[in-house]
Ligand binder design. Structure first.
Ligand code: B1M
Length: 211
């Protein structure tokens, strides 16, 4: 019988096969997906980032760790989607232009779906014009922006400015998140909400819909 703690090493070493086996076994044993994420999976990715920063890991290691993380997340997603209660509302989500990081964004999207929201996932490297086009088509949606790089977080401001210029800002709430984002930055660019984690993002959307 595998130990869920092995998930940490499986992701850290980019062993997707082991990550899959351990996740399946943990789910069959009734593990809580949020606990697997918080205790093993996200800390493993943080350690991957730390190793990358001190030149112990390079881009290939980041990629294989990300693949292992995604393998596990794909197994957790259905259980996370089942856990929520229904709430009306649509969220258009994407990682901003120039940024290819999608693990956190996918987690936020899965948890929003789990919360009963309709999620339109635009993917990664999404231009401000695309967010505006979809916000126009899907009036009343909440736009959720993710950025992981200090060089791409400025794109969030560009999205807000373009929503404004297109005359849809007053009908569109914007929430932001991702490792380099802070409440202060969110306020500075005029976002309507910020969360540093996926469940906080769901709570924010709920509050906005309730208002
Ligand atoms: Co990149 N990368 N990366 N990377 N990468 C970081 C972000 C970095 C911090 C690593 C480091 O140096 N320590 C660093 C950024 C430095 C900076 O800007 N200050 C970095 C760099 C430099 C780069 C490249 C430039 C490297 C290079 O090529 N030289 C390059 C850039 C490519 C590009 O995007 N244009 C690059 C590439 C990559 C890979 C493609 C190899 C891979 C991504 C694979 C993928 O996503 N499909 C990758 C990875 C894996 C990472 C780290 C190691 C892990 C990111 C991750 O998935 N974390 C990362 C280091 C780190 O973050 N510790 C790093 C797990 C995930 C669950 O957390 O995404 O933070 P996170 O999401 C959280 C919260 O932030 C929040 O909720 C989530 C759950 O709690 N959240 C939101 C996220 N979005 C939200 C939206 C919300 C609300 C909350 O509302 C809308």
């Amino acid at each position: 019988m595998s130990d869920p703690a092995q998930l940490y090493d499986a992701i850290l070493t980019g062993n997707a096969k082991l990550a899959e086996e351990v996740t399946k076994a943990a789910m069959e044993a009734g593990a809580d997906p949020s606990e697997l994420l918080a205790k093993y999976m996200i800390p493993a990715m943080d350690e991957v980032g730390r190793r990358f920063e001190c030149n112990e890991y390079f881009v290939p290691e980041l990629l294989i760790a990300a693949r292992a993380m995604k393998t596990s997340m794909a197994l957790l997603a259905p259980a996370m989607a089942k856990a929520g209660t229904k709430a009306a509302g649509r969220v258009v989500i994407g990682t901003v232009k120039g940024d290819l990081h999608d693990i956190g964004k996918n987690l936020v999207a899965s948890m929003l779906e789990g919360g009963g929201f309709e999620v339109v996932d635009l993917g990664v490297d999404v231009a401000p014009e695309k967010f505006v086009e979809v916000a126009r088509q899907q009036a009343g949606s909440i736009v959720a922006l993710s950025a992981l790089l200090t060089t791409t977080m400025t794109m969030m401001k560009a999205v807000i400015q373009q929503l404004d210029a297109a005359g849809v800002r007053d009908k569109t709430k914007v929430i932001v998140g991702g490792a380099p984002i802070t409440q202060q930055y969110a306020d500075q660019i005029g976002a309507d909400g910020y969360s540093d984690n996926a469940s906080g993002a769901v709570a924010l959307v709920r509050q906005m819909i309730a208002r």
